[in-house]
Write a protein that binds this ligand. Sequence first.
Ligand code: TRP
Length: 333
Amino acid sequence: MNKKIILSGIQPSGILTLGNYLGALKNWVKIQTEYDCKFFIADLHAITVHQDPSVLRENTKKTIMQYIACGIDPEINTIFAQSHVHEHAELGWILNCHTYMGELSRMTQFKDKSHKQVNVGVGLFDYPVLMAADILLYNSDYVPVGEDQRQHLEITRDIAQRFNSTYGKEVFKIPEAFIPETGARIMSLQDPTKKMSKSDSNPMGYISLLDDRDTIIKKFKKAVTDSENVVRYSDEQPGIKNLINIYSAITGKSYTDIEKEFQGVGYGKFKVAVGEVVADELDIIQQKYNKLNSPEYNSYITEILNKGAEEAHKIAETKLNEVYDAVGFLNKL
Ligand code: TRP
């Protein structure tokens, strides 16, 4: 039984948004039985911008609890913290020596992020190389990534191909982007041309996975739409399109069925309906999250992480040995 390998990670930024859930986690839950999945918390990536140590620790735990609360089953997936598997940083170094400054300078995420800082850290520049190491360590077949991470997957493929051809060996499997059948890019409720993000200065723009029902309904009621007053899936109505995407991702209904369901109904009712289905789904997640967040589950989380790190390390160690051998390091006997 050789399942294809899927790997993905999320940075530990605390409580996730509805965008993370519908864009990533909910899809991961759907594919977890069909593929051999490795889901990790990218804590090494997180420190490419300054983190308060105690907040980082808390956020890492919160992210794992959210993975599980959202339905990622620790029994069938490998869930781990990136920093618990030292091979990530080590392979990152080797790959640094096979990556060009020019390629990294062209990364749009680096350009965006570095503009916002006075002193730009080398880690921020090097971010995609560490990401390549994450992916290549596990012989990943597919990597589910959003639009904003596409370029990083491309450079991963370039680095892997270059490495293989330099040493004349297929050391790395060349990964591909995983495009889920469903799952949309969820946009800000206040500016539907921008991705929903927790870094939005206006909390009305995003739904946090831990928002209560009233807050959720309120945010949907205030969602920015247009004056057409027709529930139609069209690029000309980005606000309504976003709400249809959300409603469809939660209920599994098609766009045309949703258009029919809300034909002749004003935006007011439609917005509340979207808010209701979101609140219902998040309620279940919140109940699980609150349970996991209680002290008696502390050791459960630690166990999952230990088991995950051990499983991941076994694979990563084998791959790193192959890499060390390929570049000509002396065997350690
Ligand atoms: N850069 C990704 C993000 O911010 C997180 C990440 C790190 C990742 N390493 C990865 C995603 C490897 C997929 C595969 O969303």
